[in-house]
Design a protein around this ligand. Sequence first.
Ligand SMILES: Nc1nc2c(ncn2[C@@H]2O[C@H](COP(=O)(O)OP(=O)(O)O)[C@@H](O)[C@H]2O)c(=O)[nH]1
Ligand SMILES: [Mg+2]
Length: 236
Amino acid sequence: MSDLQLSVVLPCYNEADNLPLLLEGYRQVWPDWPAELVLVNNGSTDNSAAVLARELARPDYAFARVVTVERNRGYGHGIFTGLQAARGRFLAFSHADMQCAPADVFRACELLVGQPNPERVLVKGRRAPRGLGAAVITNGMAVIASGVLSTRLTDINAQPKVFHRSLLPELTCPPSGFQFDLYLLYRAKQSGRSIQTIPVVFGERAHGQSKWAFSLFSRWRTIWATIRYIFQLRLG
Ligand SMILES: Nc1nc2c(ncn2[C@@H]2O[C@H](COP(=O)(O)OP(=O)(O)O)[C@@H](O)[C@H]2O)c(=O)[nH]1
Ligand SMILES: [Mg+2]
């Protein structure tokens, strides 16, 4: 059994320009207790593989390793692959585009570890109010999901998510796409776990553009897929 306390999984899809910043950001706040950073190269078609090989050759980044998904099958598939390869007692994931502060993962983990029964709690980020468009999408999805699934869910896609590894075997049919966060929260609630939140800042991407919200059509496609998925979950 590994003595790692925490595995931080970061799904990375064509984030080559962000990877050096990401690694440096994590290095600066990396704890002195046993933890690992699992970078999932999620079928990237840019030069992420070469950048990762170059950066991880540095002894400074010995806390990090790569899990490679050969062909991209979606955000959820990437995260789930990373979680399955993770060895920590607690598992976390966040994003790889520099919008989420690395320190938030460790703050969330501290809150979780301090719980009387950390196996029964999931800790997630809670973003400050953003622009009108983002607020409508985020709150609209939370209201629809909460109503249809009869359980209170808020700011579903806020990062990070941190939980005890006992939740992992309960993720029996995770979605391969962006609905993974919703599925995780729903499974946590269904199994009687509680969700606690910490306030987080959600900044701008350092490089590149959003992989789903880059046009009106792409936004609607994802929103529509999520609404359909909420009803699928309801119907079991
Ligand atoms: N869309 C998408 N994002 C992925 C995938 N795998 C990993 N990611 C990462 O998931 C995060 C999604 O963030 P982004 O596309 O910026 O979406 P947004 O922040 O919600 O606008 C980024 O860090 C991506 O690199 C994938 O297969 N598809
Ligand atoms: Mg992003």
